[in-house]
Design a protein around this ligand. Structure first.
Ligand code: SIN
Ligand code: MN
Length: 272
């Protein structure tokens, strides 16, 4: 899958691209069926909300679940990022974010590269997220909020928030968010399951809590240019991977096939 020159220009201007309904219902169902399986695991990779039970995110699910392993090297996810970065990419981080009905908590305002740079020693903002919705995302169930164009600021000042949620994050203060939003406004991409969202590592974003009766599961691949791999190993390797192997993509129909060979990270995928 190749982005058109118009899409590349839009990404450079806004810092994100949205592809509603990019994966079919059937493909999305294959992934969605695995969400309860992954969240039922009691392992450090599965982080709970402050209530200690509700799953907030499952890190590195591509290392212990076949369907998520396939998504981690799906050409519709990997190729647009490889095109924008102009070189091969490796998996820096992989997460299945829950934002569960009634109990899904906020993600404060932040830039992902702010954390990758400060905590993981990632040299430059040559990494980005590509995400797929496994549920419908609507105005009620905690959609992502973006400040369009904020990626052009580079890394902005942030404080290390260790208390607001169960997961530490480098977050922006209200004055900075107000200033950036006065220029770029806010958007909240909404769409059916299977929609795909690509966003720059410096794009300022967050999401509100989910007080609706509907889950909002989104899977994020954080892909980094090979030449830009991390240099600091402060966080566990299931949060900031040390395997800098370039991702080799599978066939476009891999989610619907059982006979896919060459799954990435085979030892872990097979162990599932
Ligand atoms: C994130 O920004 O890393 C997660 C936000 C969300 O899933 O709402
Ligand atoms: Mn983020």
């Amino acid at each position: 899958m190749q982005l058109s020159p118009d899409q590349v220009a839009q990404f450079e201007r806004d810092g994100y691209l949205f592809f509603p309904g990019h994966f079919s219902k059937q493909e999305t169902e294959v992934l969605r069926a695995q969400v309860p399986v992954v969240y039922a695991e009691h392992r450090p990779e599965v982080v709970r909300e402050r209530d200690g039970t509700t799953p907030r995110t499952a890190f590195a699910a591509h290392l212990y679940n076949d369907a998520f392993a396939k998504l981690g090297r799906h050409p519709r996810m990997v190729e647009p990022v490889r095109q924008l970065l102009g070189e091969d990419v490796y998996m820096h981080q992989y997460k299945v974010n829950g934002k569960q009905a009634f109990d899904g908590d906020v993600w404060q305002w932040h830039q992902d590269f702010g954390t990758w740079h400060r905590d993981d020693g990632m040299p430059e903002a040559r990494a980005m997220n590509i995400a797929v919705f496994l549920d419908e995302v609507n105005e009620f169930n905690g959609p992502l909020y973006f400040i369009p164009g904020s990626h052009r600021e580079g890394v902005v000042e942030a404080g290390h928030d260790l208390t607001t949620t169960s997961y530490p994050l480098w977050t922006l203060d209200n004055a900075k968010v107000t200033e950036l939003a006065s220029r770029g406004g806010l958007v909240a991409p909404k769409g059916p399951p299977g929609s795909m969202l690509l966003f720059h590592g410096c794009l300022v974003h967050g999401s509100p809590s989910n007080m609706s009766p509907w889950d909002r599961v989104i899977v994020y691949l954080s892909l980094c240019a090979l030449s830009n791999h991390i240099t600091r190993h402060k966080r566990p390797d299931y949060i900031a991977h040390r395997d800098f192997t370039p991702i080799a993509t599978l066939s476009d129909d891999c989610l619907l096939r059982d006979d896919v060979s060459g799954l990435p990270w085979p030892s872990a995928a097979r162990a599932a």
